[in-house]
Write a protein that binds this ligand. Structure first.
Ligand SMILES: [Zn+2]
Length: 314
């Protein structure tokens, strides 16, 4: 029960406090994947902590594997057996119920959202491949549609597809290459799946800041991340021209519905080459940032329970 209460507290800390430090990570001099990975790993850690609550109440790791200080476990056990704190069983049952209900709700809502996204993406991509033209030189998965002006976007799913509107297809070759590099970065990074996950989590728990604000951040960060890849392969100039061409039409040239082309260009101007050694640390740093609050909260709760128990035991 001690670990379960610690996990419940960690869920609260991640869900409601984590956005306070996660939204400070995005900066022009830092690779956007650091911030993106930190938001996503915090969300995964949040869901995993909820899933672990009923699991630890069943497995009782504190009793079995001596993960907790022996004095704390012995103290709680003696309180329970002596009936000193009659509401221990009620707390245990309520914690178990909260964990099961929350995790069941998340699994149902998030998996439903992801399946819907997959089905809609496949239908939309196959329809556009039917009505659009595939032009030699653009690549096998690129279709040009009539109309759509400077619209350019990609669709994940079974057959990843990039769609170019008539205006985007007619851009100068180096600018069009930047548009395509941006969209290919979305497909390679499975950004559509990441956005669908974040949207589904927000739909499941709209009142939780980690889910609500995370969905907005993931949408922005996948754009910045794809911009970074496109700028690295085609140059900042070509990508800026692509973004300007799109914004001039009121639509994002490099994404379906951007309204922040100027911000992205300003962001590109602050871009610095990532040091080779620093790039290796991006994902471990993001993981530590999501795992640390869980371990810190667990430690605080175990210490508090040990202190409380010692006080009751006299
Ligand atoms: Zn994009």
């Amino acid at each position: 029960m001690i670990v379960a209460l610690g996990l419940l507290a960690a869920v609260g800390v991640l869900g409601f406090a984590a956005p306070r430090w996660l939204d400070r990570l995005a900066a022009p001099h830092r690779h956007p994947r650091v911030s993106l990975a930190a938001w996503l790993s915090s969300q995964v850690m949040f869901v995993a902590s909820i899933a672990a609550i009923p699991l630890v109440l069943w497995l009782r790791p504190g009793d079995r594997w001596h993960l907790l200080p022996a004095t704390t476990v012995a103290c709680i056990r003696s309180l329970r057996e002596a009936g000193t704190v009659p509401w221990i069983l009620a707390i245990e049952t309520a914690t178990w119920g909260v964990g099961v209900l929350l995790f069941g709700w998340l699994v149902g809502t998030v998996s439903g959202g992801l399946l819907r996204h997959r089905r809609d993406s496949d239908e939309r991509a196959s329809m556009l491949r039917l009505v659009g033209d595939n032009v030699a030189g653009d690549g096998a998965n690129v279709v040009r549609v009539h109309g759509g002006e400077f619209e350019a976007y990609s669709i994940g799913g079974r057959v990843p597809t990039i769609v170019l509107g008539a205006g985007a297809a007619g851009l100068d070759p180096d600018v069009r290459a930047a548009v395509l590099a941006h969209e290919r970065a979305h497909l390679r990074g499975r950004h559509h799946l990441l956005v669908a996950w974040a949207d589904a989590l927000r739909a499941a728990l709209p009142a939780v800041p980690l889910a609500r604000e995370g969905a907005a951040w993931v949408r922005v960060l996948v754009e910045l991340s794809a911009d970074r890849h496109a700028a690295a392969s085609c140059g900042c100039g070509a990508l800026s021209a692509a973004l300007l061409a799109g914004s001039g039409n009121g639509r994002g040239a490099a994404s379906a519905d951007t309204g922040f082309a100027e911000d992205r260009i300003a962001w590109l101007s602050g871009l610095r080459a990532t040091r080779r050694g620093a790039a290796v640390l991006h994902y471990p740093f993001a993981f530590v940032l999501s795992a640390l609050p869980v371990f810190a909260t667990l430690s605080v709760v175990v210490t508090a329970i040990a202190y409380y128990c010692a006080m009751l035991g006299g």
